[in-house]
Design a protein around this ligand. Structure first.
Ligand code: HMG
Length: 390
């Protein structure tokens, strides 16, 4: 039985900052951010959106009256959790009006958690072929103003339905994993911004890619030449390019150029949004599927997932018949087209207006945000989630 991605959509809030202007404001050459880091725009997250509302705004696009009652498991990957105890998946289950007799769980392992969710979902469907699983990855990537990590911020959510006989991508066996206890990036409980050793994290990312790809090729006796494209978790788009270039000597020149060409399609959306943490690899997937003109059903795509701390996984998935129709390109492009640019000072104000992690009541700027799901504030230590009828 084939199991994989049946539907997939993406959400990022309406605001962005232009990276050439941010570079100028930080007294850097624009080329450093545009080429050296590989980012053109960066999503700015208002205080009306958090991991839960962004996930709801993504998932709402793929849930309808036909599939709502078939969903029996919600797996929510995030490292921007809003509670140390209660799962973000429960808020999501409620906002999306899913059935009550289902399982809803939050998963954490930095940017890797959505991939973990997809693999767990696949095994769940193999055991229960009629079931559909909602898997989401939703995060806000924050390093702080005037930090080295600032040009690699971003945020948003990707939601997908994993089912039998998927319309878009069938996930193949096996995967290759590598886990090691390293301190390249983490976020202590008291912090809203990540602590990062940027250069070390970038080296480890490449090392984990090398190890998992090699392990995958050994296990499956396959070669890079079997893949139409290799796509990556993109903390910044140059990172994926560096990783890809590090293995191109494993294939011939013609195929190396093909992989480089497909990689360019896969980074178009991330260039415009920045790091999505858990959802990032799957934004690369959307970008490839929407923008590449070379894809055909039956072709295989390699996916590299990396979550700091760290865990890496390399796996392969096969494009299904009519995947182009199922992808709904127009709606995905529209999320990015319908955005507004902020000036640098507007971005800094929005960045600094996040709801504080205290027990005080708080009211967000909800008049600004027209998204269907939003955070109205906090009262009596409870987050106030709202669903707007649109
Ligand atoms: P930095 O030190 O400011 O940048 O931080 P740099 O000086 O290394 O420059 C960056 C690149 O720009 C270099 O290219 C320069 O040569 C180039 P490279 O040597 O890397 O190929 N450059 C220029 N290019 C063209 N024109 C110019 C120019 N000037 C310079 N004029 C760093 C960069 C990425 C380290 C920083 O932004 C950072 O710490 N980011 C956060 C950490 C990160 O994203 N790590 C990635 C791997 S870890 C990961 O993926 C997991 C993560 O998503 C978290 C999770 O799992 O939850 C982060």
């Amino acid at each position: 039985m084939k199991v994989g991605i049946d539907r997939i959509r993406f959400y990022t809030p309406r605001w962005y900052v232009d990276m050439a202007k941010l570079a100028k404001a930080r007294h850097e050459e624009p080329g450093k951010y545009l080429i050296g880091i590989g980012q053109s725009k960066q999503a700015v997250i208002p205080n009306t959106q958090d991991a839960v509302t962004m996930a709801a705004n993504a998932a709402d696009q793929i849930i309808n009256d036909n599939n709502r009652d078939q969903i029996d498991l919600v797996l929510f990957g995030t490292e921007s959790g809003i509670d140390n105890s209660k799962s973000a998946a429960i808020y999501l289950q409620h906002l999306l009006q899913l059935r009550a007799d289902i399982q809803s769980v939050e998963l954490k392992q930095a940017c890797y958690a959505m991939t973990a969710g997809i693999q767990l979902a696949k095994d769940h469907v193999l055991a229960h072929p009629a079931s559909k699983v909602l898997v989401v990855g939703s995060d806000i990537a924050r390093y702080g103003l005037h930090t080295a990590g600032e040009p690699t911020q971003g945020g948003g959510a990707v939601a997908m339905i994993i089912s039998a006989d998927p319309k878009i991508l069938a996930i193949e066996e096996p995967s290759a994993h590598y886990t090691a206890d390293i301190m390249d990036f983490w976020r202590p409980l008291y912090a809203t911004e990540a602590v990062v050793d940027g250069k070390y994290s970038s080296q480890e990312y490449i090392d984990f890619f090398d190890r998992t790809l090699t392990e995958y090729q050994t296990k499956t006796k396959s070669s890079l030449a079997d893949l139409q494209a290799v796509i990556f978790h993109l903390p910044y788009t140059k990172m994926g390019l560096k990783a890809l270039k590090s293995v191109l000597n494993r294939t011939d020149e013609r195929h190396a150029n093909q992989l480089l060409r497909e990689f360019e399609y896969s980074r178009i959306f991330s260039r415009e949004v920045g790091n999505l943490y858990t959802g990032s690899l799957y934004l690369s997937l959307l970008s490839l599927l929407v923008n590449s003109e070379n894809l055909k059903s039956g072709q295989k795509i390699g996916l590299f997932s990396y979550g700091s701390g760290a865990e890496g996984e390399f796996y392969v998935a096969t494009l299904q018949t009519n995947f182009q129709t199922a992808i709904e390109s127009g709606s995905i492009k529209k999320v990015l087209e319908d955005r507004e640019e902020l000036s640098i000072s507007e971005y800094e104000t929005m960045f600094n207006s996040q709801m504080p992690l205290t027990n005080d009541n708080f009211v967000t700027n909800d008049k600004l945000d027209s998204a269907k799901f939003y955070l109205a504030g906090q009262k009596d230590q409870q987050r106030l989630y709202r669903r707007r009828e649109v």
